[in-house]
Design a protein. Structure first.
Length: 255
């Protein structure tokens, strides 16, 4: 079974579509863990009402308890980790609450994972508008990425990732409570010697609706530099050597 984990925060306008894209998957053996993460809009009501209509036992709605400001910080990492602790499937797939999968995403990616006998796979994706309509800007991915390659190529997009818990320990999948927690997590896994295999097919739409953390270019530069210095523990020189090719590839993906 594939456990699909979605951290949900203020996604009232998107979450029904996101749930629908999971239910539309051609691969039927999945569970969906919706981790509600302190939304301040009507997201919780939207999900409760919609799930009441669907009555799909494969979908579980979990509200993350937030008892302090410290627990509120780095919500996406904490929500994904809670989902991971509850997941019953052998395979873990992540999906952000505003992104969208093609109907054959799980089927094709799982077949690819088994073909490569891999523990970590990811796919290509397409930038989309606020309605999740593809813009035609497709991100192609390399066939493989090891740790050193991944430091300069952060093309692994969270909503494209699938992991095999029989080949990668669940403790390695737990995301750290830092900015760009997903990238830091991929680096930690790859640093153990795991190779990530890229399926160069466009199976995901990355919705970019308004201003977001990843669309703030200055903040993105600061985050990746801090990852090199703190998460990877690289020197200033080594960080700069990886930062330049990363910036080049990041610009190419978005132009």
């Amino acid at each position: 079974m594939i456990s699909v984990i979605i951290p949900v925060h203020n996604a009232e306008n998107f979450i029904r579509d996101t749930i629908d894209c999971v239910r539309a998957q051609s691969y039927p053996d999945w569970e969906l863990l919706l981790i509600e993460d302190g939304s301040t809009d009507h997201t919780m009501n939207v999900m409760e009402n919609y799930l009441g209509e669907l009555r799909d036992e494969r979908i579980k709605l979990v509200k993350r308890e937030i008892r302090s400001e410290e627990e509120r910080s780095f919500g996406a990492a904490r929500a994904r980790n809670l989902g991971l602790s509850l997941a019953k499937g052998r395979y873990i797939a992540y999906l952000d609450a505003d992104d969208y999968w093609t109907s054959d995403k799980l089927e094709r990616e799982l077949a690819f994972l088994r073909e490569k006998q891999a523990g970590f796979v990811f796919t290509g994706y397409e930038f989309g508008d606020e309605n999740a309509k593809g813009t035609g800007k497709v991100v192609r991915v390399p066939g493989t990425l090891n740790y050193r390659q991944a430091l300069a190529n952060t093309t692994i997009f969270t909503s494209t990732v699938m992991l095999d818990t029989e080949k990668i320990d669940r403790s390695l999948m737990e995301m750290p409570c830092i900015k760009s927690e997903d990238t830091a997590s991929w680096w930690r896994i790859l640093k153990t010697g795991v190779t990530a295999y890229g399926l160069n097919e466009n199976l995901v739409v990355y919705r970019r609706a308004g201003k977001s953390l990843s669309s703030n270019k200055i903040e993105a530069l600061r985050r990746i530099w801090n990852l090199y210095r703190r998460a990877a523990g690289l020197s200033v020189f080594a960080s700069a050597c990886h930062f330049v090719p990363w910036a080049y590839r990041a610009v190419r993906r978005r132009v």
